[in-house]
Design a protein around this ligand. Structure first.
Ligand SMILES: NC(=O)c1ccc[n+]([C@@H]2O[C@H](COP(=O)([O-])OP(=O)(O)OC[C@H]3O[C@@H](n4cnc5c(N)ncnc54)[C@H](O)[C@@H]3O)[C@@H](O)[C@H]2O)c1
Length: 350
């Protein structure tokens, strides 16, 4: 049960936000109304929530930085769950305006409204605000599952315009709690995978490359380690924090899923019947973070959360199946996404 009968989910037509909207719709019938506030940028897609739009779920197409619109919606609800963001690191290296606008000014606009109407506010952030962790060259897989991990006490050290604008938004949320009593919590989650993820991102890009007869592409040597979590586990984590979290606290969400990019690509290739070397190496991204790893102890022990999708292989199998069965969802954009990558990524000769 929850005190929050009417909520706004910003970015609820994007990858993770739409998964959260489905999660609440399916598991929490006591939530009577979900307003999805989404600008429908290239990353937002009405189709992600089409089948549940109706009396309980309403899509409001608009900008989170539009103070008049945000005020009008905020006056009708008990809580805001804030997912909307410009979220792609590569894009943030090409142009920064939208990152400042949405991630910083957008968040500022929302917390001002939450403050005015005394709403519960949950801010969805990323582990990328912490920068990266070192490789452990002495360990197989470079220390995956071992060694240092991020906690809510790790100092911020963002590397890109994406992660620094997310870090800036986290800081103003924290300050609004201290200065104005904003009823906010923050979550910093690791890399998500699952259905509805835009095909510009690593896992769906590789899967849809293979489905399109294009060789997958790996940045550099592929040693960069990410801590993967199924997006449904991210949703249950956010719901747990929204309903049980302590105001002013930050919780890290991760499912102990460390893998380097090469391993993930080789798993996808194997699951899709390809040989382990059927891909190209491409020039690395500037400032590419080495390793992320989340210590999820606080969320597990203080709030009793645990992930359900703990078998990465089976999660990847399901994700491959979803992209295979939903070609209509991604096919039209494939050529443009690859043309965009081709401008900056050069295939390296072996
Ligand atoms: N993708 C990951 O692995 C990951 C990991 C941890 C945290 N996060 C965080 O989760 C959130 C969602 O990430 P995602 O991968 O689903 O992103 P996404 O890019 O798939 O979706 C973002 C959504 O926000 C909407 N949006 C963008 N600008 C907007 C604006 N000004 N006003 C209203 N809506 C706007 C887009 O239309 C889109 O629907 C982000 O805050 C991101 O930082 C993502």
């Amino acid at each position: 049960m929850t005190d929050y009968k009417k909520i706004i989910v910003t970015g609820g037509a994007g990858f993770i936000g739409s998964n959260f909207v489905h999660y609440v719709y399916n598991n929490h019938p006591e939530v009577e109304k979900i307003y999805v506030l989404d600008k429908l940028t290239y990353a937002g897609n009405r189709a992600n929530i089409e089948e549940i739009l109706g009396e309980r779920v309403e899509l409001v197409v608009g900008d989170i930085a539009d103070a008049t619109l945000v005020d009008e919606l905020a006056s009708k609800v008990d809580a805001i769950v804030h997912y909307a963001a410009e979220s792609h690191n590569d894009n943030s290296l090409k142009s920064q305006d939208e990152f400042i606008h949405t991630n910083f000014i957008g968040t500022y606009t929302l917390i001002q409204a939450a403050r005015k109407y005394d709403l519960r506010f949950h801010h969805v952030s990323t582990d990328e605000v912490y920068g990266d962790l070192p490789y452990r060259e002495d360990l197989p897989g470079h220390g995956e599952g071992e060694g240092e991990k991020f906690t809510d006490k790790t100092p911020y050290n963002p590397s890109s315009p994406y992660s620094s604008t997310k870090a800036a938004s986290d800081l103003i949320v924290r300050a609004w709690v201290r200065s104005f009593g904003l009823k906010a919590t923050i979550s910093n989650c690791s890399n998500n995978y699952g259905p509805y993820q835009h095909i510009e991102k690593f896992i769906p890009r590789q899967i849809t490359n293979i489905l399109s007869g294009i060789r997958p592409k790996l940045y550099g040597d592929g040693k960069n380690v990410r801590d993967w979590i199924h997006t449904e586990d991210h949703s249950s984590g956010v719901w747990t924090i929204l309903t049980k979290g302590k105001i002013g606290e930050t919780y890290l969400i991760g499912a102990d899923g460390e893998k380097n990019n090469k391993e993930v690509l080789e798993l996808i290739l194997a699951e899709m019947g390809q040989t382990a070397d059927a891909y190209d190496h491409v020039t690395d991204r500037a400032g590419h973070d080495l390793r992320y790893a989340i210590d999820n102890t606080k969320l597990r022990t203080e709030l009793g959360w645990s992930p359900v999708h703990t078998d990465f292989e089976s999660g990847i199998k399901d994700t491959i199946k979803w992209y295979t069965e939903h070609e209509n969802w991604w096919k039209a954009e494939k050529a443009a996404v690859e043309a965009n990558y081709a401008k900056t990524q050069e295939v390296l000769k072996k």
